[in-house]
Design a protein around this ligand. Structure first.
Ligand SMILES: [Zn+2]
Ligand SMILES: [Zn+2]
Length: 643
């Protein structure tokens, strides 16, 4: 008998050769229907693969990340089977799972796939899924594997085989399709209940443009039709909320080939949003004891050698400019400049914590293929700050930073967020990580302690820390549930030393401060991209580029409208009059479309009573008010940054 340890610690005995699927069945049939794969001693396996030794076992279902990716990768095999049955002679490269869905790269010769072809392939895939064929794993000798693909004439698989040795080669077969694959896969095709092929694109073999262009077909699949329907609905909603589409419609930002790829120009409406965000940041930071600084956009090579960015991050920096025999780089982060400000005057323990903030402009060289709207750009404006503190002060400072994040989330109605705590890996001290085992342990414990005691949802990941300390990546979710990586909150016990930063302690010794890097609002680029999707362009009043539009019913009321406009402007409310000779119905529709929060409709009655009829975006008519009453209420709504 072998001993199987379950996640709850229970140990059960089975005959050797038992499979995870059989173990699931011994628990319940319902569970067995959901098992997609299994984690055996920390490795993801086929649920149908025999277990021969004492092992720990975790059953993986759709709820597990590895369960989902096994499902999607198996769907790629199913798609390949359908493609081969419709287009015999096709050659395959690789077909991995993605964050959401899967793709397979293939060589279809001269054939160009169309949307129609995708629909035909979906029908075939559904048919093959219903056949409920098992995914069968088989170890195979390299010689035999080569012979198999040689006969098929599949040079891509032969290329993959070159890097493999006898003993590590497995074939997986479902129905009439056999693939070279290390697995794992779901038990059978019948688990795939609903699917959609979403896109066709070209992809160079091995990503090298000197190679042949293969056809890449993308798809997504689910264990129920309901989940596919929900996914398609979300996709449609996301399309409507696409920040590139809304950014253009609402006059938020633009790009121009003469300026350069990935370089955002903020138009007047976008600039208003930026100024409001900066105002929020300044108020919040001032209240939290930060001081503001301003630093140049370039610095000499020597500074980036000290910081360690050169040569390691040279690839993500713009190439240097030569001036008076020196090299200058566009800054890719603000930290080194801030360290120099810290060092500019002698510091004692009384000066700490020393917190300095700047909406800093940084430049990053992103590959042109990676650029994407506001999400991946080459010039960023970062809600940056650095806190220099003693070890004793660290916990309170770190806690305050987290509280600031959460305060912002409330303002923006971000209900769902997760913090990802990235830790070091002890084996890589001195290589990937600063060789300070005790400091690592100490700071990691402190960070974890703060997260737990503040009841912040978080997950821990090993071996993903920064070189100089643990970091927290903050992931937020828009109202439609899409995930955005917002910002990083980092602890740093190394740069202080590299820059020889020090302060005088209470007993007159010299010590190096710990540094916290934080940017709760991320960059303007990414955050406004997020907000466009999150609000579907309907910004809350305080952020809306245009807050109020006055709509005279006819020309007769333009003068009255102008007097209202003047009052609004005197109260710092962003307003305009729609004095076009249009019908009021059209004026209202256009203002709704422009997503202006308030409309003030004025006609005979309003003018005679010195009042306005108020319409709220999305709510319609909310009644007649005196202009003073409207202004007072609006000022409060703006000041409180109500949603
Ligand atoms: Zn596979
Ligand atoms: Zn920094």
């Amino acid at each position: 008998m072998i001993k199987i340890t379950l996640p709850d610690g229970a140990v059960r005995e089975f005959n050797p050769g038992i499979t995870a699927l059989e173990i699931a069945k011994s628990i319940s049939e319902g569970l067995a229907r959901k098992v997609l794969a299994a984690e055996i001693n920390g490795q993801v396996w086929d649920a149908t693969r025999p277990i021969e030794q004492d092992s720990s076992l975790k059953l993986l279902t759709w709820e597990d990340k590895d369960g989902k990716s096994t499902f999607w990768h198996s769907s790629a095999h199913l798609m390949a089977e359908a493609v081969e049955s419709l287009y015999p002679g096709v050659k395959f490269w690789v077909g991995p799972a993605l964050e959401k869905g899967f793709y397979y790269d293939m060589d279809l010769g001269a054939r160009q796939l169309t949307e129609d072809d995708l629909r035909k392939l979906e029908v075939k895939m559904n048919e093959l899924a219903k056949a409920n064929n098992k995914y069968e794993r088989k170890g195979i000798a390299k010689k035999e594997a080569i012979q198999y693909f040689d006969e098929k004439g599949d040079l891509y698989k032969l290329d993959l085989l070159q890097g493999l040795q006898d003993g590590e080669i497995t074939f997986y077969t479902q129905g009439n399709f056999t693939d070279l694959c290390r697995g794992p896969h779901i038990p059978a095709t019948g688990f795939i209940k609903a699917l959609k092929l979403t896109n066709i694109s070209g992809a160079y073999w091995k990503g090298d443009e000197k190679n042949k262009m293969l056809t890449r077909v993308y798809g997504v699949s689910f264990p129920s039709q309901k989940e596919l329907d929900e996914y398609l609905l979300l996709l449609e909603e996301a399309k409507k909320r696409d920040h590139r589409k809304l950014g253009k419609e609402l006059g938020i930002y633009t790009m121009d080939d003469d300026v350069g790829q990935g370089l955002i120009m903020w138009m007047p409406n976008g600039t208003i949003i930026i100024e409001e965000l900066e105002k929020l940041a300044k108020e919040t930071e001032q209240a939290a004891g930060y001081k503001r600084v301003i630093t140049p956009h370039i610095a000499k090579e020597s500074m980036y050698l000290t910081s360690g960015h050169l040569p390691y991050y040279a690839d993500s920096m713009y190439p240097p400019m030569e001036l008076d025999g020196e090299k200058y780089y566009l800054k890719s982060m603000n930290c080194p400049h801030h360290h120099k400000i810290f060092a500019a005057e002698p510091k004692s323990y009384r000066d700490l914590p020393y917190r300095i903030a700047e909406y800093g402009t940084v430049y990053r060289y992103e590959q042109s293929g990676e650029l994407f709207g506001l999400m991946r750009v080459r010039c960023l404006h970062m809600n940056d700050a650095h806190i220099y503190c003693t070890k004793e002060q660290f916990e309170a400072e770190f806690r305050a930073v987290n509280e600031m994040y959460i305060k912002y989330f409330k303002i923006f109605g971000i209900d769902k967020y997760v913090m990802r705590l990235s830790l070091h890996s002890p084996e890589k001290l001195g290589q990937k990580y600063v060789n300070e085992p005790e400091l690592w342990k100490e700071t990691e414990d402190m960070v974890r302690e703060v997260l737990i005691s503040s009841q912040i949802p978080y997950i821990e990941v090993q071996d993903e820390a920064a070189f100089y300390g643990p970091k927290i990546d903050v992931q937020i979710y828009s109202v439609i549930g899409r995930e955005f990586t917002l910002a990083t909150n980092q602890v740093d016990f190394s740069q202080g030393r590299s820059f020889k930063l020090h302060y005088t302690t209470a007993d007159n010794q010299s010590d190096t401060p710990l540094i916290i890097h934080r940017a709760p609002l991320g960059t303007h680029e990414r955050f406004i991209g997020f907000l466009l999707e999150h609000y579907a362009g309907k910004f809350p009043l305080w952020l809306a580029p245009l807050q109020v539009k006055v709509l005279p019913i006819s020309d007769k009321f333009i003068d009255y409208s102008q007097s209202i406009l003047q009052k609004l402007k005197n109260s710092d409310i962003r307003a305009e009059v729609d004095d076009r000779p249009e019908k009021i119905g059209k004026k209202i529709r256009d203002t709704e479309l422009a997503r202006v929060p308030y409309m003030l409709v004025v006609g005979e009655k309003e003018m005679n009573e010195n009042k306005v009829s108020v319409r709220r975006q999305g709510k319609g008519d909310t009644g007649v008010k005196s202009i003073d009453e409207f202004i007072n209420e609006t000022i409060i709504e703006i000041k409180e940054r109500r949603e």
